[in-house]
Ligand binder design. Structure first.
Ligand code: OFO
Length: 183
């Protein structure tokens, strides 16, 4: 008796997502290594923490495929992109990467809805929220870099930014959690 509870198509795109999350971890790892060699130890910590988060996302999708009675396929990973030129470019590339990942999550949600696979649609909602958080967090970091002077930022400003990255709480506050007392 076949107990598989996801279609072939959804199985494939969920599998692609396992690879995508693992690739994302490689990107953060490689940017972390770049940051540390440039002396940005706090930013490197941030990237390394984030590499772990991406691996956790990979595990969630992998476990979901298993839980729905199918078998995930583990594939080779892509080489990470080349090193950024500076911190601003680093976070711009990360932002683009996150938006690209959001599109991939939306594609899974859309395919799940088309198939009336509400279990998979429900599963994707955790990721939809996670992507809002990640995009919000990176946008805030880009704002801080721009305020510090962008590519013309002084060493002192970059040092301050980097020190904050080391201690940073990586969670962004979602707009749905805002109140008038705590906007
Ligand atoms: Fe997996 O959340 Fe970022 O990409």
């Amino acid at each position: 008796m076949d107990t598989t509870r996801i279609s072939k198509k959804l199985n494939e795109i969920l599998n692609d997502q396992v690879t995508k999350e693992a690739n994302a971890a490689q990107i953060y790892l490689s940017y972390g290594a770049w940051a540390e060699t440039k002396g940005y130890a706090g930013t490197a910590d941030f990237q390394f923490r984030h590499a772990d988060e991406e691996r956790n996302h990979m595990m969630k999708v992998l476990k979901y495929i298993l839980a729905r009675g199918s078998k995930p396929k583990i594939t080779a990973l892509a080489a990470p992109p080349k090193d950024p030129k500076n911190l601003e470019e680093c976070f711009e590339k990360i932002f683009k990467h996150e938006v690209d990942n959001t599109t991939a999550i939306y594609n899974i949600a859309t395919a799940a809805l088309e198939e009336k696979d509400y279990a998979t649609w429900n599963f994707t909602q955790w990721f939809v929220r996670e992507q809002i958080e990640e995009e919000t967090m990176v946008m805030a970091l880009l704002d801080r870099l721009r305020i510090a002077g962008g590519t013309n930022a002084s060493h002192e400003a970059l040092q301050y930014f980097d020190a904050k990255m080391g201690q940073k709480n990586d969670e962004a506050v979602l707009s749905r959690e805002a109140t008038t007392e705590n906007p």
